[in-house]
Design a binder for this molecule. Structure first.
Ligand code: SF4
Length: 407
């Protein structure tokens, strides 16, 4: 669940662990809820309901304006993964401890630190921590994921003295990106990370001390649009990679002269470096920073636009205008009545229900029996991502063949 109270929340831990002053800097900016966050909350509630139902708890199905077939299918994937894990565990441990939406307090380590674990299981010496991610914008890797490790620390702190826990298994379930990734470590490794890395950095973060360090963790930082470190990084890159390139820029500090001006032997003539193009290595060096700067620039524009449109802030040299809009019917009932009165009756189109709706209508088994042979899963759109992305690289030859078959 989204954590709204902890300053050093688990969900923002990658940020405050890497850039310790960020948590306090963020407090200067409102924590505005977004439709994505609301949608995420609705999906979490639906997933929670499905798990509690499996655990035979008395629960009422939540309702939300965001609920649709996709959310139903995604929360099914989440619930089914956990249910199958619990069922597998039960083969050797008949009564595992299963907790849903458990508050996990790690404040013994991080001042005021707590979070909510979507699902925590303890069985056979292993602590399992599962987290549902509804987003599809950023692939969340579970490997040494600090949010998951803080949840695990909170759970271990609460239950470690009751159960003999030797191993921790953390899983992120992010169905919209087909991402189910698990990271396992020993309790010793977890505790060592907590004491040697987290504790000192959490102290700095709570006090708002340390250095501002830009990185991929800046993406959701509320201070980003006013962050000097981000601006400095972007400007340094622009200066180093563009202005200093050998691409026909002035070599010395001399002012550029007008070629048509009359010749004066006392005025030094500027010299130019020979024209050049960026090499592949130049571009490779820039890419990681450019990715970050691109999203930083987007955030700045979103921020200034929102300030102008929603709060009437005026930015020198900019104005608010109305965009193009599409014509639409105001009252569809009246449209139907008027069209039919005029003799136009062929005004509806029939559409086949979606694959997910069929699956819901028939049930998964029947769907597989009746329609399974007609289901194909086309390859996803190709995208260039950093090496750190945990998805496997595509074999371009095979991908080409798959697209050719589909064509
Ligand atoms: S935007 Fe600035 S303050 Fe926020 S995490 Fe990045 S560097 Fe730190």
């Amino acid at each position: 669940m989204p954590e709204v109270h902890a300053i050093l929340s688990a969900s923002s831990s990658k940020r405050w662990l890497n850039c310790t002053p960020s948590a306090r800097l963020e407090q200067n900016f409102p924590n505005e809820s977004s439709v994505y966050a609301e949608e995420g909350t609705a999906a979490h509630e639906l997933g929670e309901y499905k798990l509690r139902k499996y655990l035979h708890e008395r629960v009422k199905r939540p309702t939300s304006e965001y609920e649709d077939e996709e959310m139903e299918a995604n929360t099914d994937i989440y619930a089914e993964f956990i249910i199958s894990t619990v069922e597998r565990i039960k083969e050797t441990c008949p009564h595992p401890l299963v907790m849903v939406e458990e508050r996990l307090d790690y404040s013994y380590l991080v001042p005021s630190g707590f979070g909510t674990g979507d699902c925590v299981i303890i069985a056979d010496g292993t602590l399992y921590v599962m987290d549902y991610k509804n987003g599809k914008g950023v692939f969340v890797n579970c490997d040494h994921n600090p949010q998951m490790m803080l949840y695990a620390l909170g759970a271990y702190h609460a239950y470690g003295y009751l159960y003999s826990i030797k191993k921790v298994s953390m899983t992120i379930i992010q169905p919209r990106l087909e991402n189910i990734s698990t990271f396992e470590c020993s309790v010793e490794e977890l505790l060592d990370w907590a004491e040697t890395y987290v504790r000192p950095r959490a102290k700095l973060a709570f006090e708002g001390k340390g250095e501002q360090v830009p990185g991929d963790w800046c993406r959701f930082c509320r201070a980003r649009t006013s962050c000097k470190a981000c601006a400095d990084e972007a400007m340094a890159l622009v200066k180093e990679e563009f202005l200093d390139l050998d691409a026909g820029v002035l070599e010395d500090e001399t002012e550029e002269t007008d070629a048509t001006a009359s010749f004066d032997p006392d005025i030094s003539v500027p010299t130019f470096k020979s024209p050049a193009l960026l090499s592949k290595t130049d571009i490779e060096k820039m890419l990681p920073t450019l990715n970050r700067i691109e999203s930083w620039i987007e955030a700045i524009f979103a921020y200034v636009s929102s300030e102008a449109i929603n709060h009437g802030v005026s930015w020198d040299g900019y104005k608010v205008v109305e965009g193009r809009s599409k014509r639409q019917f105001l009252d569809t009932k009246s449209v139907v009545a008027a069209a039919e009165k005029a003799g136009y009756t062929d005004i509806y189109k029939t559409e086949l229900i979606s694959l997910t709706a069929f699956e819901k209508l028939m049930g998964k088994k029947k769907f597989q029996e009746i329609l399974g042979e007609y289901v194909v899963k086309p390859p996803g759109k190709l995208a260039l991502v950093p090496d750190s992305d945990p998805r496997e690289a595509v074999d371009l030859q095979t991908a080409e063949d798959e697209f050719a078959v589909l064509d």
